[in-house]
Ligand binder design. Structure first.
Ligand SMILES: [Zn+2]
Length: 350
């Protein structure tokens, strides 16, 4: 099978769970595919859609590509395939959900399953999600809802509890490395390791980094961050640049890896995979910052990462995360956790 086609090796169990339920004719009517960014949730979603719309899937559940179901789906006009549109703002409108629920009650025109997709599911606010509840509680036979989320904690518990969960985790480092080396045969071993390290072993994020020449991005972030720590550039200025490229989510992940590398440097704990030149740059900062403050900063990063891609102003969020480095983390980090990051940044920065 194509290396870049789902299910990926680390999604095998999730794929089997659904296919075995299908073979027993006990397919749950709603599934929530959840897991961190870069683990291939959307690719798995597309493979599951194709599989469920196919009328003659193979023994493993893969779509045949030939039958009427597959042909209609490939042409983009399978009448039993429904996908809720996101607005430009990123939200899913309550009317879109009501319309979907109405369509799910109609008689099917084609044999097999009717598949409805809501992705990203956290784009529904509480009222929109509530509009879906009745459909989740009283499903019509043959309807399958597929929800996808990188931030399932932002979904109401009433929705999550009515879905069968397909949780995708990043693979172990060695498995991720093996897959990545196959998917990017031209990349050097050092760059494979670096991309995995900075993506938290999320293979698709790592692959994207390699395609975008991440070693150059990483070198740029490191050098500008060092300048920030030496007060050579203001956090406000840097945040405005970084939010454009490489974007808030990449920066937050990068800050997380840098912070963990600082912990390694200060304590000697953990496996050190960073290239020598990066380690040399970090050593100066490591000497100047307090270990407990780095742990607190990591807590802040975990909290802020759940907000990346949300309605929160991404530039102000990055400012709030960069300001503590200007003060070499001599900063009230405790107060940043569970506080609105945008207000926090604007209120405290002189
Ligand atoms: Zn087929």
């Amino acid at each position: 099978m194509d290396k870049l086609q789902a299910p990926f090796p680390w999604q095998r169990q999730q794929w089997l769970t659904l296919q075995q339920a299908r073979q027993r004719d006990q397919l749950a009517h709603a599934w929530l595919i959840q897991g961190p960014a870069g683990t291939g949730k959307m690719a798995l979603l597309e493979a599951l859609i194709a599989s469920l719309l196919c009328q003659r899937p193979d023994r493993d559940g893969h779509a045949c590509g030939q039958c009427r179901g597959c042909t209609l789906h490939a042409a983009g006009n399978h009448p039993e395939f429904l996908r809720v549109e996101q607005q430009e703002s990123g939200n899913i409108k309550i009317d879109s959900i009501r319309e979907l629920c109405g369509k799910l009650e109609l008689t099917r025109q084609e044999p097999g399953y009717r598949v409805a997709v809501i992705a990203p599911a956290e784009a529904m606010n509480i009222h929109t999600a509530n509009a879906l509840l009745k459909t989740l509680e009283e499903p019509e036979p043959g309807n399958v809802l597929l929800l996808v989320s990188s931030s399932p904690a932002r979904l109401p518990a009433t929705i999550r509890s009515r879905c069968q969960i397909l949780g995708i985790s990043p693979p172990a480092h060695d498995d991720a490395l093996k897959w990545l080396a196959g998917a990017a045969p031209e990349a050097s071993q050092a760059n494979l390791e670096l991309a995995l390290d900075f993506s938290g072993n999320a293979p698709l994020t790592a692959l994207q980094m390699l395609h975008e020449d991440f070693s150059a991005t990483q070198a740029r972030l490191l050098s500008e961050w060092e300048t920030l720590c030496m007060r050579g550039v203001e956090p406000v200025h840097l945040a405005a640049e970084w939010v454009k490229t490489p974007g808030a989510e990449v920066v937050i992940d990068w800050l997380m890896r840098i912070s963990m590398a600082l912990v390694h440097l200060k304590t000697g704990a953990g496996r050190q995979r960073l290239p020598d030149e990066i380690e040399a740059s970090l050593r100066n900062v490591a000497e100047a910052v307090d270990l407990n403050q780095i742990f607190l900063y990591l807590d802040v990063l975990y909290y802020y990462r759940s907000l990346a891609g949300s309605q929160v102003n991404q530039t102000l969020m990055l400012e709030a995360l960069l300001i503590p480095w200007w003060y070499k983390l001599q900063w009230p980090l405790e107060s940043m956790i569970n506080a609105d990051p945008t207000r926090r940044a604007a209120a405290i920065w002189p």
